[in-house]
Write a protein that binds this ligand. Structure first.
Ligand code: ADQ
Length: 469
């Protein structure tokens, strides 16, 4: 088995509480021996490609590099999070493109490539994650690295007319062609990407999910990410003793619970969700005092202005709804800005009669899967899920909604909260079986097996082509 090299913008630190992806990748690295490379999370005045901090745990090396404040502003807060993130979530209105940020994005990818190239051994298999690092393979190939390389995009890939609004769209597609395998969350993303390649004549289809782009042949495919299903189910079933879970249960006084859990991000549709809950109460006055909506939302990316604006807007909206609908003994919305340990989170999901997961656009949405995995098999809650989450392609027992249609979401909340037990059990069973079969480890094996089987492309190097103009 080849050694595995994982590359992501951030490398989980020893003190982070590891999420499912970090746990699964960590386990794969430990099994094969490997290297996890990325930004240290630290800024320094100067950056030097040979100043790589290496931490070794067992047979896994964690290799970290610092970035400068300017790198972070341009590469991370700039091009990655103010151009790629909004555009890939279909938000042209929030996309802020600048050539300065784009140059920073390519500069940091080149810097990462120079530092990483020295650590890669000839038989290594390299797996790069997410939109921050699209150009990494192309930079590595220009440095002569010929290893098998795969890329997985955690967020959606937009359709051609959305992508083409981004001036450097062709460079991004050209960069992706330097990988041997490009993985997306759903078949819709694959379709969108293939349409982008073909529409502007950047490449052509030469086989099943195989494309020749700028003279380089590569494979693409859908690899829907999973969760640690069995571990989540276990955490949830053992969560009854957790202090936070008990306090929540006592405070509910047998009221029904609806839960939403998301990073504070405009793609998650939190504002529309609050409006829909409010509409549900207005149109069902008998539910006043009978139901609580708990929205758990840790702040994220506060350095990006759109996120700071959103923090204020959502807090104000929740306050306004509580002021208008609440009573001395009932606060309809509980809005909490903090992260919660996985055990307590699983317990909250299990206690909730409804999981209200309504992103405006989402690559997958792991919360939807965690909610399903955490339910009590004999008395499960109901998942209300946006049709625009990648998870909607798999979770066919959910009640699907259009999150832009506030009346529809309000009606479906009513249907979910009154759904008879037999229907809840029937809907839940199929979803759980699928999540159990196709969990995070299966996802990881499927991606790596496919990457291992891809014929390495000896065809013309994208880098050489780019250099030749
Ligand atoms: P995210 O946009 O971060 O991920 P999501 O898939 O929902 O979205 O994952 C969030 C994770 O953070 C979940 O595991 C959840 O439990 C955790 N989390 C959220 N709020 C929390 C809280 N208050 N306390 C503790 N934990 C919390 C990106 C893409 C998604 C894609 C994932 C994985 O945007 O579409 O599903 O990557 O590929």
């Amino acid at each position: 088995m080849s050694r595995l090299v994982v590359v992501s913008n951030r490398v989980p630190s020893a003190k982070d509480s590891a999420g499912g992806l970090a746990v699964a990748l960590g386990a794969a690295l430990a099994e094969r021996g490997g290297l996890w490379f990325g930004w240290s999370g630290e800024t320094s005045g100067e950056r030097e490609a040979d100043r790589v901090h290496i931490r070794t745990e067992g047979n896994v090396d964690y290799a970290l590099v610092d970035l400068t404040q300017r790198d972070l502003d341009e590469y991370y807060s700039g091009f990655a999070n103010r151009a790629l993130w909004p555009l890939f979530h279909y938000r042209l209105d929030l996309t802020d493109f600048s050539r300065k940020d784009l140059a920073g994005y390519f500069r940091v990818n080149r810097f990462f490539a120079r530092a990483l190239a020295k650590l890669i051994q000839p038989d290594d298999i390299v797996w790069v994650h997410d939109y921050h690092l699209i150009p990494l393979a192309s930079e590595l190939r220009q440095l002569g690295v010929r290893n098998r390389m795969g890329f997985f995009l955690h967020i959606p890939w937009p359709p051609p007319d959305v992508l083409f609004a981004l001036p450097p769209h062709e460079e991004l597609v050209r960069s992706l062609a330097s990988y041997d395998l490009v993985g997306f969350q759903t078949a819709y993303d694959v379709e969108n990407f293939a349409a982008c390649v073909v529409r502007e004549g950047m490449g052509r289809r030469v086989g099943d999910q195989i494309y020749d782009t700028y003279g380089r042949v590569f494979r693409m495919g859908a690899f829907p990410i999973g969760i640690e299903t069995a571990a989540f189910a276990k955490l949830a079933s053992e969560s009854g003793k957790d202090d936070l879970v008990r306090r929540l249960e006592t405070s509910l006084e047998s009221r029904k619970l609806i839960v939403g859990v998301d990073r504070l991000d405009y793609s998650k549709g939190i504002g529309q969700r609050i409006e829909a809950f409010s509409r549900f109460i207005e149109t069902n006055p008998d539910q006043k005092g009978q139901v609580v909506f708990l929205q758990v939302t840790p702040k994220s990316r506060s350095e990006v202005p759109e996120y700071a604006d959103m923090q204020r807007e959502v807090a104000e909206l929740a306050g306004r709804v509580n002021g208008a609908l609440g009573d001395v003994d009932w606060t309809p919305i509980r809005y909490i800005n903090r992260t919660i340990g996985r055990g307590a989170l699983a317990g909250i999901y299990r206690m909730a009669d409804v999981g209200l997961i309504t992103p405006l656009r989402d690559g997958m949405n792991l919360v939807a899967k965690e909610y399903v995995a955490s339910q009590n098999a004999d008395d499960p809650g109901v998942l209300v899920l946006s049709r625009f989450a990648g998870a909607a392609r798999e979770l066919d027992g959910a009640l699907l909604v259009n999150p832009y249609d506030i009346d529809d979401v309000a009606n479906v909340i009513g249907r979910a909260i009154t759904m008879p037990r037999e229907e809840r059990v029937a809907r839940w069973r199929g979803m759980y079986a699928r999540l159990h079969r196709y969990d995070i480890n299966r996802w990881l094996e499927t991606f790596l097996d496919t990457l291992n089987k891809v014929e390495p492309a000896p065809s013309v190097d994208t880098g050489a082509l780019a250099a030749a103009g």
